[in-house]
Design a protein around this ligand. Structure first.
Ligand code: GLN
Length: 563
């Protein structure tokens, strides 16, 4: 069922297979009709994940990228909507040559085509089917995989059931019944799991394992415990305690290509679990109308990016979520921000709480508290600077005040055309864009230190011709220091205000140059401040445990030395 940790289990299995030397990728199937997650309510599904090629996708792809330490295309997220749309589009174009287009075989065929396309070039492709066995919606996908088994040979397909074992409070006993039901329902689709991963509060005991073994008719060795953990990065190691990797490899009749080496992973995990010191970060955002929904989930990638940067420095991170509206109601609350080692303003939309965000930014700027602004965070840092330093008291973003006299954050008409031209459909700047970094800036230094600068222009130009249209390069010149970060926003720093902002001491450390010459500001910093950095991008999407994102690294470093 959803929320039980299928995504994490898939990502962890992928990580293990990589450790044995296999080129591994992962595909997520979302059986809903939406074409993608871009239009889903964030309060229901958590944060939207943005891929390098501009896909707006469910967080599972984020877990895959973070664990597998690779970039995964939006094509690796398959929804029912996409499958039907593809089949209907083909039918309209007459590609079925007069055939009656039917559920079987056309829908499963399209599903198989998509899976094979994502798997091309890899040794192993993990396919995670969302939802719960027994749902009407996932029947076509089960059918497709079953038929794939015949097509590519039984020995090349393996099924893993991820099941949940509840411990009802009033009896305090772990129940295997839902697992038995799941096994039965899978068998009705001709699927017999090769492994069963048992999600539960605690590891399974012998009695429970035996029960499942008998019921599913599989070896108890293939019934694997997946107990709750405090740190997600311990999941692959927990699986390896039961030798899951070797068992999967044997089942697929493969030979391990190398001996796993978990040294660095273990070391980082040790830092996460037992850091030598702790710092606290105030995350000032808009936390409204989300009912029972867990706050932490709406910023998963930022939380992860902070954790990655902290692990690299052997620091523990405690995040306090502060509703920016509270800072508007009570001025004294601003003073409390001095108790934090750093202030982070995440992305956001709309007018709610923006005055509070600006107050927090002003406080960080004036009091020398390390500050990191992401996307909306950059935009309000610019408005705050325009108002309080440049003296444009009425400066604003046109997202909040379309009639402002000083629209320092605005929609750029030429950019609107570019977006339309790129067939990105929506009006957002989505996916990875190149940014040229300015010499002598702190941001250039951070990117250089983390080996993320692209200097090989020829190679980039070649990649640009990649039919997958992986990212937007815009205009670049030889010798420029270039980085690629992902975007998801509509508004930009208005070019006509750049000079006056810079004249007052703000440094725009990087920009994207559009084909028509317009420069979109991507990074800013204040040189005299311990750490005042913001970006129009979402660098959190490219942060990995083993490869933290540079701006987060700088932020954590500054916060840790402040505390
Ligand atoms: N609302 C802003 C925009 O659309 C910022 C979006 C974001 O933070 N992701 O430009």
């Amino acid at each position: 069922m959803s929320g039980v940790g299928k995504g994490l289990a898939t990502a962890s299995i992928g990580k293990i297979l990589q450790q044995y030397g296999f080129k591994t990728t992962a595909v997520k199937i979302d059986p809903y009709i939406n074409y993608d997650a871009g239009t889903l309510r964030p309060t229901e599904h958590g944060e939207v994940w943005v891929t390098e090629d501009g896909g707006e996708i469910d967080q599972d792809l984020g877990n895959y990228e973070r664990f597998l330490n690779m970039e995964i295309s939006k094509r690796n997220n398959i929804t029912t909507g996409q499958i039907y749309k593809a089949v209907i589009d083909k039918e309209r174009k007459g590609e079925y040559l007069g055939e009656t287009v039917q559920f079987i075989p056309h829908i499963p065929n399209e599903i198989k085509r998509r899976i094979k396309e994502s798997a091309r070039g890899y040794d192993v492709a993990l396919v995670e089917i969302g939802g719960t066995i027994g749902d009407y919606e996932n029947i076509p996908f089960l059918f497709a995989l079953k038929s794939m088994e015949r097509e590519i040979g039984e020995e090349n397909v393996m099924y893993i059931l991820i099941t949940y074992l509840p411990v009802p409070g009033h009896i305090e006993e772990m129940k295997t019944k839902p697992t038995q039901q799941a096994i039965k329902m899978l068998s009705e689709n001709g699927i017999f799991p090769d492994f069963i991963l048992c999600r539960a509060r605690a590891p399974l005991d012998r009695v429970r394992k035996k029960k499942i073994e008998t019921y599913a008719n599989i070896d108890a060795e293939h019934v694997i415990s997946a107990p709750d953990v405090d740190t997600l990065y311990s999941v692959p190691l927990n699986f390896e305690k039961e030798r899951l990797g070797q068992k999967i490899i044997t089942k697929l009749k493969l030979q391990a290509r190398k001996k796993p080496n978990w040294r660095r992973w273990r070391e980082l995990l040790q830092h996460v679990e037992h850091p030598t010191k702790r710092i606290t970060i105030a995350m000032v955002g808009k936390y409204v109308d989300i009912g029972d929904y867990k706050l932490a989930d709406s910023y998963i990638s930022i939380n992860q990016a902070l954790e990655h940067a902290a692990a690299a420095h052997n620091v523990g991170i405690d995040i306090s979520w502060i509703d920016s509206k509270e800072l508007e109601k009570d001025r004294r609350k601003i003073e409390k921000l001095k108790n934090y080692h750093g202030i982070l303003i995440p992305g956001g939309f709309g007018a709610t709480g923006v005055r509070g965000k600006m107050r927090a930014i002003q406080y960080a700027r004036e009091e020398g508290i390390p500050f990191l602004g992401l996307c909306y965070g950059l935009q309000w840092a610019v408005v705050e600077f325009a108002r309080n330093v440049c003296g444009y008291k009425e400066a604003n973003s046109t997202e909040v005040d379309p009639k402002t006299k000083y629209p320092v954050i605005d929609i750029i008409p030429t950019q609107r055309e570019i977006i339309a031209d790129r067939r990105y459909g929506a009006s957002m700047r989505l996916g990875a864009y190149a940014a040229t970094l300015r010499k002598g800036t702190r941001i250039l230094d951070l990117y250089k230190r983390s080996n993320r600068l692209k200097e090989d222009m020829v190679k980039i130009a070649q990649l640009e011709r990649d039919p997958g249209e992986r990212f937007r390069l815009g205009v670049l010149h030889r010798g420029e220091k270039v980085v690629l970060e992902r975007h998801r926003h509509r508004y930009e720093v208005a070019p006509q205000f750049v000079d006056v902002l810079e004249g007052n001491g703000l440094i725009f450390s990087g920009y994207h140059q559009c084909e028509d010459g317009t420069k979109l500001m991507e990074f800013l910093e204040l040189p005299a401040h311990p750490y005042f950095v913001a970006t129009q991008a979402h660098p959190e999407f490219k942060s990995r445990l083993e490869r933290p994102a540079p701006l987060f690294t700088g932020f954590v470093e500054a916060a840790a030395s402040a505390g």
